[in-house]
Design a protein around this ligand. Sequence first.
Ligand code: PLP
Length: 493
Amino acid sequence: MIDESRVGLAAGVAAEVVLDEVRQLRAGDRPTHGGRLFAYVYDPAVPGLDELAGAAHRESAHVNGLDPTAFPSLLAMENALVGAASRVLGAGPGTTAPDVVGSVTSGGTESLILAVKTARDAHPEIAAPRIVVPSSAHAAFAKAAHYLRVAMDVVPVSLDTLRPDPAAMAAAIGPETVLVACSAPSYAHGVVDPVAEIAAAAAAAGVRCHVDACFGGWTLPYLRRLGEPVPAFDFAVPGVTSISVDLHKYAYAPKGVSVLLHRDASLRSPQYFAYADWPGYTMINPVIASTRSGGPIAAAYATVRHLGDDGYLRLATVTRDAVAGLAEAVRAVDGLRLMAEPESTVVCFTATEGGPDLFVLVDELTARGWHTQPQLSYAGLPASVHLTVTASVAPRVGDFGPDLADAVAAARAAGPVQLPGELAALVGALTPDALTPELVEGLAAGLGMGGEPGGAPLPERMAVVNTLLDAAPPALRERLLVEFVGLLQRPTW
Ligand SMILES: *Cc1c(COP(=O)(O)O)cnc(C)c1O
């Protein structure tokens, strides 16, 4: 006998009750609107845009991108998005890259995985393929290399300019290199790599060059039009063979849409996966997913069409001014310095000698309603605070300066985090392999992580956690965070 009480879900719940549950859960999230969140969310603060994107999403949510012949609406919208991205990035009719093609993916990570896969599969004769990336390249390249079993040659960036030396990039190219990559700009610091020199070196070696413009691909061209000194980074640069740009970043589309462009169709060809050797439908996938919702694609289409060239230019103007205002606020505070002069839409700062503890400062800013992103120290680079600046921040910039000064004063008064002696000793002695479930649970509990089911999973103040992670080498950071997040991701019954 099956015990009926032990199988299946709870009984159905009325629509308004469920929706209310969702809203109550959402209330515990960081605010996605209001211009006080400097990571994860890209908000143009354009009235009506959410409603438009939501309505477009609803129209196409159940449409399946698996078969573009069954759902030509998606094919049309994808082609329009690829065309728009090409235009923004210096390709298309009348340019030096008239034969550009592309695909719509689910995000920057998928675009980068596919760029690496395509480069790898273009060279089946290379048994142990490698890619060359600067140390500032997005972690998604490491994920791609890991998933695809491609080795990664990492060229350190200058601690000064935060850019790789093109000569060092060139020197790292070997007979097994299938791809050279660089960023426009890097996520962490917002600096644009020397794309022209790197692409020239790649071309000279007969190797593909990918420009990761996931973050800045939709803003740098507009900033250039506004007169900012943006270096060449797009298809106008000879040797650039592919570019990625995330529409769910500065094209301000809802999550789930990025575009991967190739200079021509022959370069894209190895990206496809086709399989006819089974009894079902012949599968032909340009991207990783097979079944794909039309929702994000339709939402991105509506967003790009509605904002248009004039809209993006206006949003870039507003954002540029917000960046300048925030950078000025950082300069005005004793104890902080910019990691780099802003050249895109990132403001990144660190503490000077004798300055405040940055992790305490981040908590003080959170307490004042500003959600910033701490970055751990790495390979000679100090810990820093990252601000992704979007148009919605502009009306808040005047409030940021005084709050920053206030938060710095509070952080100074509180003093730096002192890790309890046993924690510091533990992290010093721990190796990733030595972590046991008991040790992890003890650590998590000691750090106040986990919380109540349905409640906030992290303590309100994160400085101790960040200090602990900062003291650990990268491999231990990875293991600790995998274990911590694994503790959070447990089913509820
Ligand atoms: C965000 C980002 C990515 C990864 O994109 P996801 O959409 O988060 O997968 C890759 N590269 C850069 C430069 C980025 O800013």
